[in-house]
Write a protein that binds this ligand. Sequence first.
Ligand SMILES: NC(=O)C1=CN([C@@H]2O[C@H](COP(=O)(O)OP(=O)(O)OC[C@H]3O[C@@H](n4cnc5c(N)ncnc54)[C@H](OP(=O)(O)O)[C@@H]3O)[C@@H](O)[C@H]2O)C=CC1
Ligand SMILES: CC(=O)[C@@H](O)[C@H](O)COP(=O)(O)O
Ligand SMILES: [Mn+2]
Length: 389
Amino acid sequence: MKIISILGSTGSIGTQTLDVIRNHKDKFDVFGLSANSSVDILINQILEFNPKIVCIYDEAKYSDLKSKVDKLDLDYNIELCYGLDGLIKIADAKQNDILLTSVVGMIGLIPTLTAIKRGTTIALANKETLVTAGKLVMDEAKKHNVAIIPVDSEHSAIFQCLVGENTSNINKIILTASGGPFRGLDKEAIAQMTKSNALKHPNWSMGQKITIDSATLMNKGLEVIEAKWLFDLDIKKIDVLVHPQSIIHSMVEFKDKSIKAQLGTPNMKGPIQYALGYPQRLESQEDGLDFIKYNNLTFEKPDYECFPCLKLAFDALEKEGTYLSVLNAANEEVVYAFLNDKIKFYDISNIISEALSSHDSINNPDLSQILEADKWARRYVNNKISKLI
Ligand SMILES: NC(=O)C1=CN([C@@H]2O[C@H](COP(=O)(O)OP(=O)(O)OC[C@H]3O[C@@H](n4cnc5c(N)ncnc54)[C@H](OP(=O)(O)O)[C@@H]3O)[C@@H](O)[C@H]2O)C=CC1
Ligand SMILES: CC(=O)[C@@H](O)[C@H](O)COP(=O)(O)O
Ligand SMILES: [Mn+2]
């Protein structure tokens, strides 16, 4: 039996993780769960999975959670907590075999570092943590001999392709990208696109922040950075290929020019289950891939003109240092501004670009320098946004 805690259990990845656990009750048990503010979803999860510790990040929702949990009259002890301290408490629990991090945003960074120091395996969906502090996180993981198992579909694909391989034989990795809902449109048309257009991902059903990231192609940029740190690759060995069907989840080309790919329907339960079961593969009740239904797999070059965020991410990765924390924090802030109808589609890339140009980067930053750069970027971006409104 593996003991699992989930940070972000009420979101798209969190609820699908609980679906996987429900289908494998003999293999997994839940220890800790957390949400930002979704009290009622948490209450249902408590009734079904009996976690021993539950955190609501938003302190204002704590009393609602507490009174609803008291009314459940549970026949076991449950600890309730809130805020970053609450997330850290779950991450630090010695009971955890795996901490699945599926919060959205770099709020996952400190809990992830806490679990690594405790020696707990990380199943990582929360890519922003690796974008803002990839070197620091991977160095800590190495120091504490902790495995970081990717949940992000592309990185799970690459991880699966690399099983049994010597990483020195990698020629390059090929990250596939759907191209998002605006693929093929010209810049003038894209400039008019609203949040409701951007929230219609062609293949995947996901949380709002990552869905906007897919529409700008920043998601692929974040994934290039995530791949660099996870697989310790030179930036020149990371390619992006638009593959609108999202059936090939990613590929690895080796030095003999042989290519391995991992394929499947666009369904995150596959990568989640792989990460929880690793190194074992577990049975799945999901539909398999029907090659006759998907008999036209196509490929295109990414359009850097229409989607400048991808280039911004490559440039930030080239320079490294706190540019990466600024890229991530600026992106988080502009995406929420776009979701709140405060800015237009191309304000997203324009503001991130300005933030990067105005930043004095620090090489090899420590945690406090990363957090400082993150704060600086959020202040800078919100100042810009307030002038646009
Ligand atoms: N969805 C997907 O298919 C994929 C997602 N990912 C990555 O996984 C992560 C989660 O994505 P997704 O599940 O789509 O996101 P969702 O928005 O659906 O879920 C986010 C989860 O985090 C919680 N949360 C939000 N903000 C905070 C906060 N400040 N503090 C603590 N908890 C918070 C939410 O709680 P509440 O419900 O209360 O708001 C929810 O449980 C992201 O990093 C994303 O990039 C990667 C690959 C695929
Ligand atoms: C499911 C998943 O891993 C997402 O990150 C997905 O890849 C988004 O699709 P895009 O390729 O459109 O960014
Ligand atoms: Mn992905």
